[in-house]
Design a protein around this ligand. Structure first.
Ligand SMILES: [Zn+2]
Length: 686
């Protein structure tokens, strides 16, 4: 591992952060914190922290010795000076005299001595930073170090590699007890350049930002070099089916099996998003004969329990063409996992005297022999984090096994991290948006109504896939929503394109729960004279397009077995023909019937089918030119045409999006048509 320190970058940091009032040492503290945070071999998703001891003045102009320490939950890769809140150092040091500090008091301490009471809470590892004297302290959960110390002989290996340069602290849960234990190890030999925290990570110290950082790089490099020596062959492969099923077939089955009924509302499911990963290293791991032992041994560092739970779900290899068997076996594996998790909770909750709130029992990592691994989360971002951690663990465990035998902290220690009271408080306070965990696919999402609908569903907490025949338009609208939104090129008049589009949605999120079949276009012509080719073209898009999309969605929804929701943009033309608009209205009328047919045929599977009849929305379909033509056909001015309804209000794409959203949330409604047209008695349904 190479140092990424560059003098020019360091000077730049001093200049940039100095301009907003940061001292040179704080600016360099920020700079090397970013260097650590940007290397996933050192720091993953909040797993590390750094600090600086310096002087700062409060609002009274009085100077204090302070510890600037990484704020809890801050991302080291993008941290700025505000992400390292200053805490008065003396009271923290005095705390060392205490015998113990409860978790509740630890929470108070985190905020009690902040120089700025509006600053973020400092890291829970703050006291360890405070109890050693060095100006700069760096802490990571570097993979290579974990590969060395996550072993029964971790202490001997650490001594072999580091000698007396690093102190060795036996495992304790992060918090006051660990900080005290670490300080005692340090006091026993104050010449150490850092500390190894058994089964957890590494600290390095320095008089300057560069010294502490480059010590970290040096120590991790020594671990990397040791891991290259005396490696034995690992991970002999178990036997696999001759042909393994595709991810797009397997993911909905697993996603459905891991969805739990929402106890409060009939028909509601607590769903998760999936993130699939594969590589040669992952395959060697998941295909290994030893997978149950090595994956079941526990986490590589304790804070991973919050993201991945203590162990993954392992399912049988899915043989191609035998998905019914796989569905049965995977369902059983999930049920066993849940029962095991409940027993783990009950055992350990009793051990700590009760009172913990059980987290949801679904796995956060699934190992699929023959395919790879899957991270799960209530959002796509959380699923990615779980997958990142699981992928990283594959490498760490492989290294540990190659030079010895992988060993994690025990079950009780994992529980104490997973169910650490401050995490429980966060959980109790958190509220989720109404569509958390759900995947929505919107066709025609490059257009006005489709894009507004995708935005409305994303704002309600769903993950959204934007499908459009115009890939560029879908991409632009997806980017505007955020990094979790997916753009998919999809032509709904082409069965293969629909199939490929939905496969991509499934590969990305694991399945689909709500489909807004919105793609459409208008053709005009007097029905007695119109060319049959025009009518067929319109049917291809405005009827068969909806049918293809609905069919693709139903296939996935049935594999998941957790119901679903099909929503169709039908248009008021389906019930109220406009002059010379037959080529558009006729297939839309057939689509209105299609909605009802899906409601009838799939109600027993919990799949709802509803439609929105919208009218006169400015969009790619209803362009200014088109509005001109239609208003002339009706003998009205353009303005009167657009707000020519009972409420005399122009109806917008956002109004239509809200109607789709309501239909998605109405779990007891199917076969419904919602009219969004400002009021038009001639088009009213009866
Ligand atoms: Zn740590």
């Amino acid at each position: 591992m190479q140092s990424r320190w560059r003098d020019a970058d360091a000077r730049k940091a001093i200049e940039v952060y100095g301009a907003s009032g940061a001292s040179e040492s704080l600016a360099l503290r920020v700079y090397t914190t970013q260097l650590l945070g940007r290397d996933p071999l050192l720091v993953l998703h909040g797993g590390g922290n750094t600090s600086l001891k310096t002087e700062m003045t409060d609002l009274l102009g009085e100077s204090h010795a302070v510890l600037c320490v990484k704020g809890s939950g801050r991302d080291m890769a993008t941290i700025d000076p505000a992400g390292l809140p200053a805490v008065k150092l003396e009271p923290l040091r005095k705390l060392r005299q205490r015998e113990a500090l409860s978790d509740e008091d630890m929470l108070r301490v985190q905020r009690a001595y902040l120089l700025d009471p509006t600053a973020p809470s400092p890291s829970v590892e703050m006291l360890l930073h405070a109890f050693v004297p060095h100006a700069f302290v760096d802490h990571t959960h570097a993979n290579a170090v974990l590969g060395l110390i996550d072993q029964p002989s971790g202490e001997e290996l650490a001594r072999e590699v580091y000698g007396a340069r690093l102190g060795f602290v036996p495992y304790r849960r992060p918090g006051f007890g660990l900080a005290k234990a670490a300080a005692e190890v340090f006091d026993a030999d104050p010449s150490v350049e850092g500390l190894i925290l058994d089964k957890h990570g590494i600290f390095t110290f320095g008089g300057s930002a560069r010294e502490a950082y480059e010590r970290m790089i040096e120590m991790v490099t020594l671990a990397e070099q040791r891991l290259q020596r005396g490696r034995k062959r690992i991970f002999a492969s178990a036997s696999l089916p001759s042909r393994v099923a595709e991810v797009a077939e397997v993911a909905p089955i697993l996603r459905g099996a891991c969805s739990l009924p929402d106890g409060a509302i009939e028909g509601a499911w607590r769903r998760l998003l999936l993130e699939f990963r594969t590589s040669d290293a992952i395959l060697a791991f998941v295909n290994s004969r030893d997978v149950a032992r090595i994956a079941g041994a526990g986490v590589t560092t304790p804070d991973h329990t919050i993201r991945t739970k203590g162990w993954p779900l392992i399912v049988p290899a899915p043989a191609a063409g035998k998905l019914a068997d796989f569905k049965r076996d995977a369902g059983k594996a999930v049920q066993d996992f849940i029962a095991g998790y409940q027993a783990y909770f009950a055992r350990n909750n009793a051990r700590v005297g009760g009172g913990r709130i059980m987290l949801d029992c679904a796995p956060r990592v699934i190992l699929v022999p023959g395919l790879g691994l899957i991270g799960l989360g209530r959002t796509k971002a959380d699923a990615r984090i779980a997958a990142d951690i699981a992928e990283s663990a594959v490498h760490t465990i492989a290294d540990a096994e190659a030079i010895g035998e992988y060993r994690s902290i025990g079950e009780a220690d994992m529980f104490d991290c997973e169910y650490w009271p401050p995490e429980q408080i966060k959980l109790a306070r958190s509220t989720e948006p109404p569509l958390a965990g759900q995947v929505v696919a919107v066709t025609g999402a490059g257009g006005a109504i489709g894009a507004a609908t995708a935005r409305a569903f994303a704002a309600a907490g769903a993950e959204v896939a934007l499908l459009d025949v115009d890939a560029g338009a879908a991409e632009a609208k997806a980017r505007a929503i955020g990094t979790s939104a997916l753009a998919v090129a999809c032509d709904v008049t082409d069965a293969a394109s629909v199939r490929a589009g939905f496969d991509k949605v499934v590969q990305t999120y694991g399945g689909v729960d709500i489909v807004v079949s919105n793609a459409g276009a208008a053709w005009q012509g007097r029905i007695g004279e119109v060319d049959e080719a025009v009518l067929r073209k319109s049917f291809e898009l405005n009827f068969y397009g909806h049918q293809r999309v609905a069919q693709a969605a139903v296939r996935i929804m049935l594999a998941q077995g957790t119901g679903g929701c099909l929503l169709f943009n039908v248009s008021k033309q389906a019930v109220n023909p406009g002059p010379n608009f037959g080529p558009y209205g006729l297939p839309k009328a057939a689509t209105l019937f299609l909605v009802r047919q899906y409601a009838v045929d799939y109600g027993a599977d919990g799949i709802r089918a509803n439609a929105v009849n919208a009218d006169r929305i400015r969009s790619g379909l209803l362009t200014d030119d088109f509005i001109k033509a239609r208003s002339q056909a009706r003998g009205a001015s353009e303005k009167d045409y657009m707000s020519g309804n009972l409420l005399q209000r122009e109806v917008t794409a956002e109004d239509v999006a809200q109607a789709f959203l309501h239909q998605a949330l109405e779990l007891k409604t199917t076969g419904d048509v919602t009219t969004v047209d400002g009021g038009n008695i001639a088009a009213a349904l009866r």
